[in-house]
Design a protein around this ligand. Sequence first.
Ligand SMILES: C=C(O[C@H]1C=CC=C(C(=O)O)[C@@H]1O)C(=O)O
Length: 454
Amino acid sequence: MHRTPEFLFMSSHCGIRAHGIYERLCLPVRATSETGKPGRARLRAESASCARSTANEQAFHTRLREAFQRARSAGIANPIAIGAIPFDQTRPAQLSIPRSYEMFSRALEVEQNCGLESIQSGAEKSARHVLHSNSVPDEARFKQAVRQAIANFKLSDIRKAVLSRVLDLELDGPLDLDAFFQHLLTQNPAGYHFRLPLDDGSQLIGASPELLLRRQGREVFSNPLAGSARRQVDPEQDRKVSEKLSRSSKDVYEHSLVIEDIRAQLQPLCAELAVPEAPQLMHTRAMWHLSTPIRGILNDPTLTALQVACRLHPTPALCGFPSREAHKLIQLVEPFERGLFGGIVGWCDAEGNGEWAVAIRCGIFTDSHAQLFAGAGIVEDSDPDSEWRETQAKLQTMLSALGVDPEQPCTAKVDTRPAGQSAQEKSEESAQQAGHKVNHAARKHPVDKAGVRA
Ligand SMILES: C=C(O[C@H]1C=CC=C(C(=O)O)[C@@H]1O)C(=O)O
């Protein structure tokens, strides 16, 4: 048995389990947001770079280097920084240098800990009834925001905006987060798993399929995803859906905006850059995605994984294109602060190596409360109904790990309560035990705006 770690991150390349905090780094990566509205010509010229590398950003990375030096002086031989950067880089980062950590192989960990017995007990322990669920925005408002974004594209240079929602769940009791995390890992053995305790006692937990950046020496890798379709139970149907996705001009266009933006960011930083001509298909348990694996060799070997990741972040896979204008549109139509949702999560060492995944297919968990996040890239040809369905399909990763039916988020599939009680009775009983009906509007960050503000 392991002690509960301060931080857990796993990919096919490396697993990291960290304990104790030596030093926190809770500054924003960028101290100010750019508010000036550029003219069209300037907007085009800046579209890809949108001033993402600033003096402030350099100051942040200098502070990190200094923190590594202090950690070394304090006897931490090979310090690493772990944590997350929010979607909006002008908000404080949640980074820390742990007192100790161990690196391990995820494959071995899964083999040792996820035998059939522990899978079943993980499923049972993590299954809960949902007493209340609330989507912010709700279906009508989300679709309205999609229509607003499309109307905006016609009047501006914005070509894509990623709109998202948070599904707020009140469960009938506290979740066993160890069991839940194990269940999530077992159901989604590939990708990037993370578990990050936050200052307010909550935890950010997820299984993201998307790599923003990995750096090993001078080599950098990125694997952006954009363009999605829901997986099907029937294998023949599933194959047809994947083929339709790879032929969909709307999805290929949506994907190409991401790739061109990342290419424009990486090109000046790289002596070599390999970007495949066309996207390929990849899948998770719940979704098909268009995916482009990108590899580069850095010109400057001192540029760290986190510096390059912050240069790219947020890509049009989570924000839009052009980035700055899309960000403003998101702020206008999205009725909540994303916080760490849509941010990046990972680690880096003092040599600049590290791995940063995009914080999607994730949630924030506090006792018996979960907030799950899902977004969808909107372009001119988007259909509001199918974009809403896409967010539902993406939520399935976390809902399945919770044992909740995504179509009926108020019905848990797996019942761990005593037999002979109806779901209704159990819900009522649990609500009475809880002693109150949850006031979602009173919830704090990130669901903290009352309605669509546009
Ligand atoms: C914003 C999310 O997905 C991104 C990653 C893959 C495909 C996406 C899409 O097709 O819109 C999104 O860009 C999410 O899962 O919440």
